[in-house]
Each structure stands twice: as C-alpha cells, then as structure tokens.
Design a protein around this ligand. Structure first.
Ligand code: SF4
Ligand code: SF4
Length: 400
C-alpha cells in the first residue's frame, strides 16, 4: 500500500472524531507505564495522535484534496509504528483523558492501519498468524499439550448450559490458573463442558491487538459454532484478554449477536457464593494484594467480583495498590508488547512487585495469564521477592 492512501479507512467515525478531539493537554501522561520506565516522549498519547493527524492531513487534508496527496517520509512512518507497538494498550491514558478518548481500542486500530501498510507488526508478533493457522495457538504448541499437563481428573460434561474456555495463554503459560479455574468450577458442582483440545483454538485477541485481522472472522465463527453445537448458554473464561475481546469485538467478526453470553469466572464464582452454592470454611491468615488486569478493570469494568471472591476466604486481609480498579497500573505484558519490548515489560512488572513487597503483602494475587507469565519473569533476579498466585489457584486451595 502506498503512503499516500487514506489513513482513516480502518477507523470508526467515533475514532476519527477522537483523533480530532485531542486537545494535546497532556493530562493522560501522568499514568503511562511505558513512559514511566522509559521516559520516551514519542510513545506519549498526544504525540502519537499529533503525528497520526499529520498523516491524515497529508493524505486527506484540504491541500491534499486540491493538489493531490503528499508522500510521507518512511522514517516518520517507521518511528510512529514503533511507538504504537511499544505501548501496552493498557488504556490508562484513556482513563485520564480530558475528552474521553477510548485509547484501549484506538491504539489497536492504528496498529491495524500500520499492518495494512506493511509496517507492522514487529518482531515475533509477525509469526502469530502462521502459528495460529498451523497449531490453533500463537505459541506454536501442540494441541495435545493444551489440557493434558494441568487438567485434573474431573467430570467434563459432553453438553451443558455452561462451557469453560481455558484460552491459549492460560493453557500453555499459566497452568496453575487454568487448573484453579476447573477445580473451582468442579467444586461449585454445576455441570460444565469444554471443547476438545483440537477444537479450542485461539480466541483471536493476540491477532486483533497486534493489528493482524485477516483470520479473525474465521476463528471467531469456528469457536462460536463449536460452542453452539454443545448447546451452551454461558461461556466462562478467566483470561481478561479473552473476555474483553469476546464481549467487545466478537460480534462484528461473527456477523451478528452471539448465541450465548460471555462471563468472567469471578462473576460466576461471586454469584455462586451469593447463592450459597459454595463457601470457604478454612481460615487463611494472610495479607494479600490484588492486581487489577487492565483488560478486566478498565476494559470491561469487572472490579468488585474478584474482591468478593477474595474476601470470602475467612481470615484474609485484602490490601490495595495505590493504583487499583479503573486506575490500575499495567503489569507490563499488555498488547503483545511483551513479545518485543521485553525490558520495558520486566521494568513495569517490577514496579508492581516492589509495591506489593513494600506494602508487606504475603502474596501478590494476579488474575490474568499474561500478567502471571510476565510478572513471574520479572521476579527473576529482582531484589524484592514475593509469592505470586492466581486468584483461582488461591481460591481452589482454600476450598480444599
Ligand atoms: S495505553 Fe497505556 S502504555 Fe499505551 S500510551 Fe496509554 S497509558 Fe501508555
Ligand atoms: S488527555 Fe486526551 S485530549 Fe489530552 S492530550 Fe491526552 S489524549 Fe489528548
């Protein structure tokens, strides 16, 4: 694609208005985790928006309409591409934005535009479509390894109203989390089904977030049809990225309303606690601190349910990070940036670890497989150390 072609064809009317609405006030700079660890001004939201507006002006502005589109310098395009991929898409800037720009979706769509121009994605992110095509997951791991290493011997129904989707990152990179999920579902006692390891393919989020959209329609339709075949009414997931993408974006890729609803596992467990389907009797005298995943809190507004689950454990003392809920700080792994900007991700992850240790927590509780994998990596070689536990891993242990 030539640099002179439109830069707005991937954007919704709302996103075009958002780009126009930015006042360059800089309110959003306060909580950007990447700026915090790199000090790099080019990744700042107003700077990305300012440059993208220049691209639009050069190709679709008044001068371009009168005299033809101008060419855009390749180095400028490459620098912009790096900046938009170095961002973790955590959305903290959108939370602070004085005009309400929904940055958690604007940045991925700007990435999509750069992919269409052959400038993105970056590094290992480019291998993901082929990996998903060949193996069903972005890690190129065998389907035979998807459930076997962690799934305990529990009853999985052939058909049910409820299905559990483990997700690729949970199944391959955060197995204590996926194991905790199914143990808790089993303890609740309502029958649930799962697809086979071959049928349960990637939900599409890693491709979406890196701007590689070509396969998404096929992937989404394949999964929705497979779950439809099992007669489900509710699909449960614990990965915030899966829940976020399924609830916000699956519908257009599927081509209509989904034939079931998607819920996060903490919503289901909080309901089960409220209905008396499950209760923890064992006391756990520990101080724990819970990290809100960006795609769960800012992404879909699930903030209270994980806390209901944690507070249901007798004896537990729940601490809070200085930034929590809608203002939580990214773990560093978001937006597939961890695949390329490893050092940023480790530095950001260590800010979370250090604060948890400074607050004298016994355990750092996570609720996202990407956070789980990256924060565990960030712990290696870090001066301050703390035990990392997934929320369902902890709850399943308390139930035992
Ligand atoms: S989404 Fe997060 S990492 Fe990206 S610019 Fe905004 S605050 Fe920074
Ligand atoms: S807070 Fe919003 S309007 Fe202000 S610079 Fe940031 S993105 Fe632009």
């Amino acid at each position: 694609m030539k640099n002179r072609n439109s830069f707005t064809s991937c954007l919704s009317p709302r996103q075009i208005m958002e780009l126009d609405a930015c006042t360059q006030c800089g309110e959003c700079l306060r909580n950007c985790p990447v700026q915090e660890v790199t000090g790099n001004p080019s990744i700042s939201p107003p700077e990305k928006i300012r440059i993208f507006r220049e691209f639009i002006r050069a190709t679709e502005g008044v001068k371009a309409r009168l005299f033809g589109a101008g060419d855009i310098d390749r180095t400028l395009l490459e620098d912009f591409t790096k900046a938009v991929y170095e961002c973790t898409t955590c959305g903290a800037c959108g939370q602070d934005c004085s005009v309400g720009i929904f940055t958690q979706r604007l940045w991925p769509m700007l990435r999509n535009e750069m992919v269409r121009r052959g400038l993105g994605p970056l590094g290992a992110q480019a291998n993901m479509p082929e990996a998903v095509r060949n193996t069903g997951n972005p890690y190129s791991r065998a389907a035979a390894e998807r459930f076997a290493p962690w799934r305990p011997d529990i009853r999985i129904a052939a058909r049910s109203d409820i299905a559990y989707y483990a997700g690729c990152t949970g199944a391959y990179e955060a197995q204590p989390m996926a194991r905790g999920d199914v143990l808790v579902l089993d303890a609740i006692g309502e029958p649930f089904t799962m697809l086979s390891a071959e049928e349960e393919v990637c939900c599409g989020f890693p491709l979406f977030i890196t701007g590689q959209h070509d396969m998404l329609g096929d992937l989404v339709r394949r999964l929705v049809c497979a779950y439809q075949g099992k007669g489900i009414k509710t699909l449960l997931c614990s990965c915030p990225c899966c829940v976020n993408f399924m609830t916000r974006d699956w519908r257009p890729f599927y081509g209509g309303p989904l034939p079931f609803r998607v819920r996060h596992i903490t919503q289901f467990v909080a309901d089960a606690l409220g209905r008396g389907r499950i209760a923890v009797k064992k006391e756990l005298k520990e101080r724990v601190i819970y990290h809100d995943p960006c795609y769960l809190s800012r992404g879909v507004g699930i903030i209270e349910e994980p806390r209901i689950v944690l507070r249901s454990i007798p004896g537990i003392e729940l601490l809070e990070f200085s930034r929590h809920g809608m203002n939580s700080r990214c773990c560093g792994a978001g937006g597939a940036a961890r695949k390329v900007f490893h050092e940023n991700a480790v530095a950001i992850g260590r800010l979370t670890i250090d604060e948890a240790v400074d607050k004298k927590a016994d355990k750092l509780i996570l609720g996202c497989p990407a956070c789980y994998a990256k924060v565990n990596e960030a712990m290696q070689g870090n001066e301050k150390q703390i035990r990392i536990v997934d929320i369902m891993e902890l709850f399943a242990a308390a139930l035992r």
